[in-house]
Design a protein around this ligand. Structure first.
Ligand code: HEC
Length: 119
């Protein structure tokens, strides 16, 4: 029984380690600040439900990395040409606005979203 417990605990520890693997904490922190300063919080929550736009918790699992960079840096053309973004627009009806985010800034924001999605 004791052995079983010890093994289970080890299993949990390993699973936790695997889940948080590879998060760049420094970059994620920068992303958290940008998420606020770039106005994303006006339309999005991360894990607190829909606002004007979708809840972004888990978005790093539902979308490809490059897709996310494109959506964050250039929503206008994504909403015009990308089939997934067009579907989202149909659902949410409001077009996401261009918040003037550079590719580098988008990467930090995505790291933040990735970190939050693992909670
Ligand atoms: C004016 C409101 C608004 C602002 C500001 C805004 N968004 Fe959005 N966002 C939306 C809406 C609405 C959608 C869904 C597509 C649509 O209708 O345009 C969306 C979609 C997204 C998606 C895709 C979600 C999914 O489920 O695939 C991501 C990622 C995203 N936004 C990130 C951001 C980030 C990061 C910022 C800040 C730089 C931001 N958004 C600022 C409204 C906004």
């Amino acid at each position: 029984m004791r052995r079983f417990l010890a093994l289970s605990l080890m299993g949990i520890a390993v699973a936790l380690l695997a889940a948080t693997k590879g998060v760049d904490e420094k970059l994620a922190k920068k992303g958290a600040a940008l998420f606020k300063s770039k106005g994303c919080t006006a339309c999005h929550t991360v894990g607190k439900g829909k606002l004007v736009g979708p809840d972004l918790k888990g978005v790093t699992e539902r979308r490809e990395y490059d897709w996310l960079v494109a959506m964050i840096t250039n929503p206008d053309s994504m909403l015009k040409y990308d089939p997934v973004a067009k579907e989202l627009l149909k659902e949410y009806k409001v077009p996401m606005t261009d918040q003037n985010v550079s590719k580098k800034e988008a990467k930090a924001i995505i790291e933040y979203l990735r970190k939050e999605s693992q909670k």
